[in-house]
Design a protein. Structure first.
Length: 64
């Protein structure tokens, strides 16, 4: 397993979660330019892909 890819995935998920929490914690209404929900969910999805990819690679490397 490439540990840097796994930990990069973890950091993307944490960053996306924090961004989403900050976005939902705002009291006023956000404009379209200020709404970052899609970006936050995207970063979490990228993090999940990194983690799954690194786990698949690590399992594949152990079989050989």
């Amino acid at each position: 397993m490439k540990p840097w890819l796994f930990w990069a995935g973890i950091s993307f998920i944490i960053g996306g979660t924090i961004s989403l929490a900050l976005n939902y914690g705002v009291e006023g209404a956000l404009s379209m330019a200020e709404d970052l929900t899609g970006y936050a969910i995207g970063w979490m999805a990228v993090g999940a892909v990194f983690i799954v990819y690194s786990l698949i690679k690590s399992k594949k490397g152990k079989k050989e």
